[in-house]
Ligand binder design. Sequence first.
Ligand code: FAD
Length: 288
Amino acid sequence: MNLASLFNKNRVVYSFEVFPPKKTSPIETIYNTLDELEGLKPDFISVTYGAGGRTSDTATCDIAAAIKNRYHIEPLAHLTCVNDTKQEIEQILSRLKENGIENILALRGDKNPDIAPRKEFKHSADLVAFIKEFGGFGISGACYPEGHPDAQSLEEDINNLKIKVDAGVDHLITQLFFDNNLFYSFMDKVRAKGIAVPVEAGIMPVTNKAQIERMVTLCGASLPSKFTKMMQRFEHSPAALQDAGIAYAVDQIVDLISRGVDGIHLYTMNKPYVARKITESISGLINA
Ligand code: FAD
């Protein structure tokens, strides 16, 4: 099933992201997380690629296959290309196909300053075109409400996003953001550019201070004062910060759904408790 077929105006698509366990942990640890996420009935679950140093291995494919065959939920397998050859990508696509995976989030991946990127895939649009030619997959892509850090401006980034979508992307998922107004302004620009595919808002519930500092350094998301005040007030009380982070995410989601967002993609950080609390608070809104 192509994930784009899930989107219609009558309901909001609700999905999760998980990541493979670190190389030092057995792959089976992810099943405890998935056992709990299954009951929350997401429309699909995406699985990251390359997290924790696991690149070019089969963890993403194996977990995506389990999501499909063991949990009977549609998987979305992430795939990066900047460090791979066409032959390597072809092997991964064949393996995904053999395992019944039908949707891929096509990404460039972050450039590693210590490794010269391979030349065969420069941008994610090159991977999108390659997957399209390979055939048999629905293709999703990433987008950035505040612009990708490599881009000179948001406008330039949206021009490049149009190239990517025109290459064959059916559905977009945003980078995390904490200020909904940035998302709304981004969406106005995206639609004005003629990008018509569904866009899911990526929401990351913040549950500890170190995590948010790492994320913000990586992706450069801006922090509204309401958010920084919350962090300052509760930084020394992990339980209170977790409650506040969940409440903040719920508040963002209520506002997004009220304003007609196509979908919500929850970065679960493999924390089913947090995903459950949020889902319990918003499940009535998803189907309203
Ligand atoms: P691109 O779409 O190629 O864009 C990257 C930069 O190149 C942008 O500045 C863009 O404007 C520019 N650009 C794009 N096309 C062109 C063009 N034709 N000409 C000139 N410039 C161009 N990383 C992982 O390693 N594993 C994951 O599983 C993963 N999952 C992610 C999921 C989501 C929802 C998001 C938002 C990001 C994820 N990332 C992941 C991070 C992602 O790999 C990085 O943000 C990476 O730096 C860019 O990937 P991209 O696919 O957006 O790149």
